[in-house]
Design a protein around this ligand. Structure first.
Ligand code: FAD
Ligand code: FES
Length: 422
């Protein structure tokens, strides 16, 4: 045998070994994937499933309307000092209603306006820690006016940062919301962009407390070290739980931020990153972040083949994410050019609405009709309005259950000609 054929034999042997190794690894992953699918089916892991005794406890301790809470601790969470946590204990001293990790609280506040008067304002804030019998925690990001605009800074968030102190009393509704982590041991991927990290902190802490062995990935996207919150807490959790995989993804690191030491990934969280890092498993994905992030990731996950019922997401405001399952049937889709008629009866206006006119809230505001609103995302009920005639449609089930005969104008559109008591 000459040296060329020897070399060919060696290369051939290496290739065969490599092929056997890759085939074996693929087979292992495939078996693991099938086993997880079987066990998920056997346990029929329903999304957001919870024991019925917990449900009964929540129902018993939840309250109707507003309840007064006192701020017992206030704490900044990031180097840029733009995220501040508030710990809230009930003034009446009665037990707290437990909540599902990922849910939010709705606050009704009276904020000072020029001239010495006050104006009512409603805002939602996610619970940002695992349930605790003594207090709730929320974490508020200070909102500035868009660059170059004449608008005032965010009213509620700046009020929280500048005027809510230990001892302040706030009025809030019981925890609510349909975006919460399931309590099974199915592997889970949490994705938080910016202040969208708050429900993820609640989910992460609750999962690790209830099922310390559960496989959890957290992808946390911010610009750089000024914006990241709870960094040392997250790193400690990752160091203590080998099944918790932390990925800090910074899109615009500062010159002093070092990749591999301060953060794990440079750039935005996208499907390519998830495909590269995640093993082949039937993960549940929970996503909360800015609109562009949701609009990019949700359809990408669907395209990747993640079943609809394993993709859960929430926006902190109006965000239209078109789900494949909710895509209109082209045959039954409304004609873009055909207008439905919306009657605002108290205002005495009758106007043509088209799909480009947006939600009923956006449409009313564009016509100069004043509508009270809070979350603008179907969560707080502030924009609930009586329907006098006709029907409306929701793209997604709202978190707040509107009373019969009413609609949440911020998240619905007309289905037929509709008349509203407004
Ligand atoms: C379910 C849910 C959970 C949430 N959880 C959290 C959380 O955990 N943490 C958190 O920080 N936030 C959270 N939010 C967002 C929060 O509810 C508020 O929306 C946020 O704090 C901004 O409220 P604001 O009153 O400070 O700002 P606003 O006063 O509502 O102003 C918002 C922005 O609009 C600009 N603006 C003002 N007037 C106009 C105008 N005429 N046209 C255009 N722009 C204008 C302002 O300058 C500002 O930039 C959540 C929202 C929802 C729906
Ligand atoms: S504004 Fe909160 S439900 Fe519409």
């Amino acid at each position: 045998m000459n040296s060329l054929s020897l070399l060919l034999w060696i290369i051939g042997a290496i290739l065969v070994q490599l092929a056997v190794f890759l085939g074996y690894r693929f087979w292992q992953h495939w078996l693991e994937y099938l086993a997880l699918r079987r066990s998920a089916r056997a346990r029929s892991i329903p999304v957001n499933a919870r024991p019925s005794s917990d449900e009964a406890e929540v129902m018993a301790l939840a309250w109707q309307g507003l309840r007064s809470f006192q701020v017992v601790q206030k704490q900044l969470e990031d180097a840029g000092q733009s995220i501040c946590s508030f710990y809230l204990a009930p003034q009446d001293g009665l037990p707290l209603a437990p909540f599902q990790a990922g849910q939010f609280l709705t606050f009704q506040m009276e904020l000072p306006v020029p001239g010495g008067a006050t104006a009512a304002i409603v805002r939602c804030y996610s619970l940002s820690d695992a349930p605790d019998p003594g207090h709730y925690r929320i974490s508020v990001k200070r909102v500035f006016a868009p660059a170059g605009s004449q608008f005032a800074t965010g009213r509620s968030s700046n009020f929280f940062h500048d005027h809510v102190e230990v001892g302040s009393v706030l009025k809030l509704r019981a925890p609510s919301g349909h975006f919460y982590v399931d309590r099974s041991d199915a592997p889970v991927v949490l994705i938080g962009g910016g202040i969208g990290i708050t429900p993820m902190m609640s989910m992460l802490n609750a999962c690790l407390r209830e099922r310390p062995e559960r496989e959890i990935w957290l992808f946390y996207g911010v610009r750089n070290s000024r914006e990241v919150a709870w960094k040392s807490q997250l790193e400690t959790l990752a160091a203590n739980h080998p099944n918790f995989h932390l990925q800090l993804c910074w899109s615009n690191p500062l010159p002093a931020d070092v990749s591999g030491r301060d953060f794990h990934q440079r750039g935005h969280i996208d499907l390519e990153l998830l495909r590269r890092l995640l093993p082949l498993k039937p993960y549940h994905f929970y996503i909360c972040g800015p609109t562009p992030m949701l609009q990019g990731l949700v359809p990408a996950l669907e395209e990747w083949g993640v079943p609809d019922q394993r993709i859960h997401f929430e926006a902190f405001g109006p965000a239209s994410v078109q789900r494949k399952s909710a895509a209109p049937d082209p045959a039954g889709a409304p004609d873009e050019t055909a207008a439905l008629v919306v009657t605002f009866s108290r205002s005495g206006k009758q106007l043509p609405w088209q799909s480009s006119s947006g939600t009923l809230l956006e449409f009313a505001e564009a016509q100069g009709i004043q509508v009270d609103s809070g979350c603008r995302a179907g969560g707080c009920g502030t924009c609930q309005t009586t329907i006098l005639a006709g029907e409306v449609a929701y793209r997604q089930t709202p978190d707040f259950d509107p009373e019969p005969g009413t609609c949440l104008m911020c998240v619905c559109t007309p289905k037929t000609n509709v008349s509203l008591e407004l």
